[in-house]
Design a binder for this molecule. Sequence first.
Ligand SMILES: Cc1ncc(COP(=O)(O)O)c(C=O)c1O
Length: 393
Amino acid sequence: MKKMKFGTLCVHAGERPDPSSGAHTTPIYQTSTFVFDSAEQGAARFAGEEDGYIYTRLMPNTPTHAVLVEKMAALEDGETGQAFSSGMAAITGVAFSLLKKGDHLLSTDAVYGGTYELFESVLTRSGIEVSFVDTTDLEKVQRNLKKNTRMVFLETPANPTMKICDIAAICGMARQTGAVSIVDNTFATPMFQKPLAMGADAVLHSCTKYLGGHADLVGGVVVGSREFIKSMRPVVNITGPTMSPHEAWLCIRGLKTLHLRMAKHSTNALEVARFLEAHRKIAWVRYPGLPSHPQYEIAQQQMSGFGGMLSFGVAGGIEAGRKLMNSLELCSLAVSLGAVDTLISHPASMTHAGVTEQVRIKTGITDDLVRLSVGIEEPEDIIADLDQALERL
Ligand SMILES: Cc1ncc(COP(=O)(O)O)c(C=O)c1O
């Protein structure tokens, strides 16, 4: 059968009637362990000679997880995947599977604050060398690739600066050096960006955001080749960053409407971005769908839509920004993103508070930056809320 379209895959990929009961909807296999038919079967599963479930901490976890990773693999054009208890657990799992003492990691400089802290403190403490590079500048990337570079980590669009880097070009450079490239696709989602098709070895997400979509789960997922996912087994099985079966089920449920939600997030965000850009009390706006975005051309080439995230600065700086956030009535003042409702936050004092001021300023996470995760409400209502708050400044 011809490969189905993205929206059909969101609904159907990985789904099948439950083999043990015929249940139409994937059940939550809320179990910690699985019974073997024989002692020989148990031994064969532990030895990796037979596929099958063993214990929920151990890959492949449970049949609920299997449906989730099959669906995600179909959406990302990968072979298979692995679910994690959070986006940070996914990044940690990939990093510790690939890197050892003496290896070098090249990472986008303006990454999510938690990722920055993981790389900057935990990895360096383990004897791994880390370079944070402005990956919008290909010359800088080339200059910072070293003989011992084992992993290149890209976040694009980056949280919260919305900086975009050329995935295909950088993955090509990484491959020539013998490094593995990983893309955090949380902001774009597979609906709008397919890093594996552009040469990445693996793609990962915080499922907590758009994949789950309803701000009611915490999870992460990595998608890649069977070989890549299998290579994570030793670290994942021992460190135990397993997603719970219930979260896996919630994420499957969320993914069934990913295409509908992302289309609305994206059209809403463009309308909101245009409104803000035209407003006299707004100093600047960064949204990949606006021609004013510094990497607009690359965004047009590698993204098929621009998602629901944007950042902006209010004229009057952080004080005016705080006043705006405190005056909103519909939009929620909360971290996280990718929820059905609009969320607003201040990265410098919240999600990126663990990043030093010097690094924040250097990477563009300025004090005046306000981050908006545009929801799927009607755009007129989101704009009216922002408008009334701006009027109070
Ligand atoms: C781009 C990006 N990657 C990873 C993460 C970490 O995800 P989680 O909070 O699920 O651990 C976040 C969290 O905000 C994020 O924004």
